[in-house]
Design a protein around this ligand. Structure first.
Ligand SMILES: N[C@@H](CCC(=O)N[C@@H](CS)C(=O)NCC(=O)O)C(=O)O
Length: 211
């Protein structure tokens, strides 16, 4: 498989964790999201993903999949061991809910495209953009902190999609200096995940394109 990735892309980071957990070998095709206004905007990459975002996964049959949650769903369906969602419908819905708070509610407001728009089109100062970033992470994390019911991982003793979304978001929050002290359950789940080689290998600093 080939993963179009960028070391700091948290959506690609989710997929890297899933690939590692399932023991799937893949090659990384690095697309720099910052240089020259973003190499994701180049026609070559637009031909791969018309949305011009990362990640994109090329399957062994040559299909190109986009959107991290859809890619992870494909990986879970084709490589079911270990499963990334509980079988029980209630537990499954709860795990998906935590994942979607990150992937659908926090991340879209804080990713590079919208932040660039705030700066370049809306003329916002960096301090206002940082405040915006912190605000949406904290709002989402407050909900997740209240919803986490068990340990060591976000949904109990199995790693789930919730952890695959949460760990990269915690990584980003730390990088952007969001105060995280009040999120004890989130930090505990993150710490438990980081003990796993699959999470460690997926970290930005461990990628071939790390800077
Ligand atoms: N919902 C998408 C989000 C994809 C996304 O926005 N990726 C970011 C990197 S984490 C990106 O490529 N941003 C480029 C841009 O906004 O120009 C997913 O989960 O895959």
């Amino acid at each position: 498989m080939k993963l179009y990735s960028y070391f700091r892309s948290s959506a690609a980071y989710r997929v890297r964790i899933a690939l590692n957990l399932k023991g799937i070998a893949y090659e990384t095709a690095s697309i720099h999201l910052v240089k020259d206004g973003g190499h994701n905007k180049r026609p070559e990459f637009r031909a791969v993903n018309p949305q011009m975002r990362l990640p994109a996964l090329v399957t062994p049959a040559g299909d190109v999949l986009i959107q991290s949650l859809a890619i992870i769903d494909y990986l879970d369906a084709t490589y079911p061991d270990p499963p990334l969602l509980p079988k029980d419908p209630i537990a499954r819905a709860k795990a998906r809910a935590l994942a979607e708070i990150v992937a659908c509610d926090i991340h879209p407001l804080n990713n590079i495209g919208p932040l660039r728009y705030l700066k370049n089109v809306m003329g916002q100062e960096q301090s206002a953009i940082d405040a915006w970033y912190h605000h949406w992470v904290i709002a989402g994390f407050e909900a997740i902190e209240a919803l986490i019911e068990s340990a060591p991982y976000a949904c109990g003793d199995q790693v789930t999609l919730a952890d695959l979304c949460l760990a990269p978001q915690v990584y980003n929050a730390r990088r952007l200096k969001v105060p995280l002290d009040k999120f004890a359950k989130i930090l505990a789940a993150d710490e438990a995940c980081l003990k796993l080689a699959a999470f460690e290998r997926a970290r930005p600093e461990n990628q071939p394109d790390a800077e």
